[in-house]
Design a protein around this ligand. Sequence first.
Ligand code: ADP
Ligand code: MG
Length: 616
Amino acid sequence: MAKVSINIATGSVQKEEIIVGIDLGTTNSLVAFINPEGQPQVINDTGKGVLVPSVVHFQSDGGLIVGNEAKEFLISDPQNTIFSVKRLLGRSFKDIQEHSNLFSYKIIDDDSESLVKIKAGDKYFTPIELSGMILKELKERAEHALKTLVNRAVITVPAYFNDSQRQATRDAGKLAGLDVLRIVNEPTAASLAYGIGLDPEEEKIIAVYDLGGGTFDVSILKIQNGIFEVLSTNGDTFLGGDDFDRAIVNYWIEQNQLGDRAKDSSLNQALRLKAEEAKKALTTQNIFNGFVDNIPCAITKQKFEELILSRVEQTITCCKNALKDASLNITDIQEVVMVGGSTRTPLVKQMVAAFFEKEVHDQINPDEVVALGAAIQSDILAGNRKDILLLDVTPLSLGIETMGGLMDVIIPRNAKVPAKAGRQYTTSIDGQINMKISVFQGERDLVSENRKLAEFDLKGIPAMPAGFPKVDINFRLNADGILTVEAVELRSGVKQEVEVKPTYGLTDEQVEKMLIDSIENAKDDVSRRMLIEARTEGEQMVYTVEHFLEKNSEQVSEQETEDTQKLIGNLKSALGSGDKDLIHKSIDELNEFTRPFAERLMNTAISSAMKGKAIE
Ligand code: ADP
Ligand code: MG
């Protein structure tokens, strides 16, 4: 294993090594790097194209395909072809329930607040693993094109991504064998690609309008001292270029009076592809003529604009709301940056420019701009840009221990100092009145391999069922490197605080060693963590169902009890097996079987028991 040099000041790698920027999109993903001339450039691996559709297909023989080839299976094998996985990243089933019909593959609906899983064949996958597969494909394409190993990356996420979605993105990177130097907001990256915010003297307020394949968001950013602050975000996570395609398809169906014939899914899909072709053509032409199975598919630009007008108006309403939330007027916005393939549509550009009353930035390819900006961010982190002052950053991640001895990062490595972050936790046992809070520093997934900084008890939590207490843990790292950890139980107000200096007694060599260890063990670490998470979920399930049976024996028939016990037995032996898939399968079966009991009783205990992450 080659030795890597790490810049202690930034916790990042010393130059000479290529660090890539990755735009992990809902529809398309791509990777960019800084070329020897110092310019950001997208990677086009031997004619495969720059954009890699974010689609994963599982073949019946166990093989895996990612990208364009996988996209073709969306029609022929929809159950085993996963698209839009970004929508599921870091989310629970409850979060996505109302849209679950949009996914052709099986999402495990375990009725809990734990993170979703997807079933393909007889295997269970988390969105983290699936995103990891896309990232691995991007990494391999970059390595192939650049003829060098690529181990480090900056990955972008939407500005509205929450903490859990960001953590999931980091983990996906780890699984792909990437050391994720930083998670950057997509609008920030797009702005950097236009050179906005590179000059630390610059103070600006900008709007970034991002219309992709299936999602729309607009962010208002304030740039000051090289820091990008998100003042507001707005949007619609189910509005994008796909809607434009659908509008054209519906128009053709009506024009050709296709009626029931259009229900045929392969014809519908063929029409959809033709519609996308028409839409793209209409960015530069005034009319499109084509055929699908002898069906004439013609449309004028004028008609197209009429069809999509209300959708584009919707995005303008979001822009208005974003301004309102930021308490700003149109005249406060100094620059408008266009992002996402769908902003190529002239009507979109015109309406956005008209609304903001200024010309928009659209010179850079809108589906590449985020990846290009991510590459610039990686270059800054690598310390290659002498003109840019690197702000003080945390050399190692700071977090706490959660169930199963896992490290839950609260302030990630490379975060700017001063930093503030927090998260909510809960208890795992009924009537738990004390909570031990252990603070750790380091990059490994198991706290036993990290450095312990402090430990304290939050005492006097009123006795409540497991999952009910709400414990906020807040980390504040000040400019002098002093970390204050505060824990407060919100229902009772019980509070406890501790102060430590994370860098105390830590040598540069130790920091370097901790980083190298984490990079070398990243993949194993994530796999171990996933197994521990599956076990924790399984153990809680056993605990919950056993309690449920005890308390409600009269409500469940003898046969049902017996069958449930059998499924509990299966789950218990799966827990001992170390096989993550088997554990998920057993949880799934027990869930399916016991769900009607809970519904029958309208008992909240069974569903509330798994709320939030629990600390032992
Ligand atoms: P995401 O960020 O969601 O992954 P992209 O930014 O890659 O998505 O945008 C994909 C969308 O852009 C698709 O709906 C695609 O049809 C649309 N698109 C690509 N090129 C054009 C074009 N020339 N005109 C209009 N729409 C386009
Ligand atoms: Mg995008």
